[in-house]
Structures are given as C-alpha cells and as structure tokens.
Ligand binder design. Structure first.
Ligand SMILES: [Zn+2]
Length: 140
C-alpha cells in the first residue's frame, strides 16, 4: 500500500479516536503510517545507502509496475509476526502501546488488502525467525 493511503487512513482513524484516546491518538497515526520506515531500514541494510528518496523510489517502482521481483523475500522488521506479538503483549499493559497497535492493525489490514488484490500473494517475508532461517540455509 502506498504511503499516502496509509497516512490518510491513519489520520482519519486517529482523528475519530481523539475523544477516547486524547493525545495518544497521535500514536495511532504513528502506528498506521510511520512503521513504513522499516522499508528504509531494509534499503540501508541492503544497499548501504541512506538516501531516503532513492529508497522511496526503490519501493514505489515495483508498486507502479506491479512487478514485485525486486522486493520478493525482503524483511521489513515492523511488518512481521514477531513485532505484532510484541506490540499485542505491550498493549495489555500500556495504553500508549495499545494506541500504537490500533494504528498498526489498520496498517496491516490495508497492506493485506493490497497484497491480496494487487500483488496476489505475500511478497515480503513476514517473520524474523523464518527470514534468519532462510538466510542461514542459503549460505550453507
Ligand atoms: Zn506497510
């Protein structure tokens, strides 16, 4: 899902939750939009370059062309089952984490719709453990 869709949907959800969450509604926006910073983390890890504009182009190009070969199997740390489990656990003890996780779940829902209807399958790796396992196997 493109960043603008995440920003607008998270903003609408955050604004609608202000009466309940007060200032913590900002965390809904963070969970729904800012977690895509992990795309940049991957780009820096993979290419050893920190230019965020080149990273943006790197990830937008496959979406525009509907060809996801260049991003197949990559690891986006905040888009993993392990990160979700940590945030769900923290949500039981912290309202701040709960607000963030609400935004995160919206983000995941939009990403899943995109993967299902546009990409037609899981493109990136959704588990840190599985990604590490695959990396080790490939190096043997
Ligand atoms: Zn995403």
């Amino acid at each position: 899902m493109k960043p603008l869709a995440h920003l607008l949907s998270s903003l609408i959800l955050a604004l609608s939750l202000i009466p309940i969450l007060k200032w913590n509604a900002l965390l809904v926006l963070a969970g729904g939009f800012l977690i895509d910073i992990d795309h940049h983390f991957w780009y820096v890890y993979r290419y050893r370059k920190i230019n965020i504009f080149k990273a943006y182009k790197f990830f937008i190009k496959p979406m525009d062309e509907k060809n996801f070969k260049s991003v197949a199997g990559i690891l986006l740390i905040f888009h993993t089952a392990e990160f979700l489990l940590i945030m769900l656990a923290l949500s039981y003890i912290s309202k701040i984490a709960l607000a963030f996780t609400i935004g995160l779940l919206l983000h995941y829902a939009l990403d899943l719709c995109y993967l299902y209807f546009v990409a037609r399958g899981f493109v990136v790796n959704h588990s840190i453990i599985y990604w590490i396992y695959r990396e080790k196997i490939q190096k043997l």
